[in-house]
Write a protein that binds this ligand. Structure first.
Ligand SMILES: Nc1ncnc2c1ncn2[C@@H]1O[C@H](COP(=O)(O)OP(=O)(O)OP(=O)(O)O)[C@@H](O)[C@H]1O
Ligand SMILES: [Mg+2]
Length: 273
């Protein structure tokens, strides 16, 4: 892919922030958006009361986009991510992913869609402690019955991409927190998902390590064209992304695209900022 990984400064809230311009040639604006969310609501029953956690979300995400979701604790960010990731079902509303209606299919189909199209990175890496780094990266493929040799090749290549090839034989307990998260990111993309969902992926890491991990998401987007949605409380990281979606009380209250003009331009247009 091309190397349009420049940073530009942008004045937001009075402070200059570095925005990472993603390679727009990976954004697919032809046809339907990769993710279409329409009138999404989610309520929980808790001790006889109905808690309305998502109150009508509309959101379109195009293939190849990188965006952040921000908002105060309790705004519904993780709940939205769980619905997008098919880990939980919405109460009402629609979600389409890659042309398939996620709200009208049974569990077996949902699991298939999840395995084929979605990768997850969480705040806590959930690596399997008794397996090595490379085995952890291979695991989603092995579970699906893919050939071991093929998965090992992919696992090693991905560990190399995330700067971890020298730690492939380490178990999670023999890795630092940042290294564990790099392995988790490699694992999340091993089956080539179209959509990568990350919920506070650096919430547990120090600043320098976080910054290196943040860069990794942009690298993965550029290298593989993966669409990436990141929930974060790190405002600098959020604002470094070309699109920032802000939630409050179960609603999207703001949806900022820093590259609006480029977004409307043809895919092969020169970056203008
Ligand atoms: N299973 C559940 N049952 C009842 N209430 C829930 C459930 N899951 C989440 N909630 C409530 O829904 C609200 C939104 O939760 P959610 O985890 O989506 O917030 P969030 O925006 O991710 O917050 P944070 O930034 O703290 O992670 C919270 O008030 C939470 O208590
Ligand atoms: Mg959360």
């Amino acid at each position: 892919m091309s190397d349009v990984a420049t940073t530009t400064t942008d004045s937001a809230g009075g402070t200059a922030v570095e925005r990472t311009a993603i390679d727009r040639s990976v954004i697919d604006r032809t046809g339907e958006a990769l993710v279409l969310v329409e009138g999404l609501t989610k309520s929980f029953q808790h001790m006889g009361e109905t808690l309305e956690v998502l109150r009508g979300i509309d959101l379109n995400i195009y293939g190849g986009e990188v965006l952040s979701i921000v908002g105060a604790s309790g705004a519904g960010k993780s709940t939205l991510m769980h619905c997008l990731g098919t880990l939980d079902l919405p109460t009402t509303g629609k979600i389409r992913l890659a042309g398939e209606d996620l709200t009208s299919m049974g569990n077996a189909r949902l699991a298939k869609v999840r395995n084929r199209h979605i990768g997850f990175v969480f705040q806590f890496h959930h690596l399997l402690p008794e397996f090595t780094a490379v085995e952890n990266v291979m695991m989603p493929g092995l579970i699906q019955g893919r050939p071991k040799a093929e998965m090992e090749k992919r696992g090693k290549a991905l560990l190399d991409e995330v700067g971890m090839s020298h730690r492939g034989s380490h178990r999670p307990g023999e890795l630092s927190g940042g290294e564990q998260q790099r392995v988790a990111i490699a694992r999340s993309v091993v089956l080539g998902p179209k959509l990568l969902l990350a919920d506070e992926p650096t919430g547990n890491l120090d600043t320098a390590t976080s910054e290196a991990i943040h860069q990794l998401f942009f690298d993965i987007n550029r290298e593989h064209g993966t669409t990436i949605v990141v929930v974060t409380h790190n405002i600098a990281f959020a604002k470094s992304m070309p699109r920032v979606v802000t939630m409050r009380d179960g609603r999207v209250i703001q949806d900022d695209r820093s590259d609006n003009d480029a977004f409307r331009a043809p895919a092969n247009a020169e970056a203008t900022d």
